[in-house]
Write a protein that binds this ligand. Structure first.
Ligand code: HEM
Length: 84
């Protein structure tokens, strides 16, 4: 279970990097848009985030509910903006 938590964490950080990469790439564009790769990244964040909550809860590590709420809203907002 501990290994699974680290697997989710690594993909969660990949998703974070992809999301930030997308933001900085679009900031350089003349007409910035939220591309489909940002939609994929946000879905990756939601799926791996849910996996992290599941593994942490199972291992009795717990999560900060307020932090999870803010992160869920942020990821859902990216999905809403990037949805075509
Ligand atoms: C905009 C979307 C998101 C970003 C940029 C993001 C970013 C991050 C980063 C950088 C970390 C590693 C630092 C830390 O441990 O606090 C992290 C950890 C974590 N994230 Fe996210 N996250 C996002 C969405 C979510 C969502 C939607 C969930 C769950 C509903 C979630 C659940 C978690 C959990 C449980 C951890 C702790 C992992 C651990 O310490 O083992 N995240 N997130």
């Amino acid at each position: 279970m501990e290994i699974l938590r680290y697997v989710f964490l690594v993909f969660h950080l990949f998703g974070f990097a992809a999301l930030m990469g997308g933001v900085f790439f679009q900031l350089r564009a003349k007409d910035p848009v939220a591309g489909s790769y940002m939609l994929t990244s946000a879905v990756v964040q939601l799926v791996t985030g849910a996996g992290l909550i599941w593994t942490r809860t199972t291992l009795d590590l717990g999560v900060v509910d307020a932090k999870m709420g803010v992160k869920s809203i942020a990821a859902a907002a990216v999905v809403a903006v990037a949805w075509k």
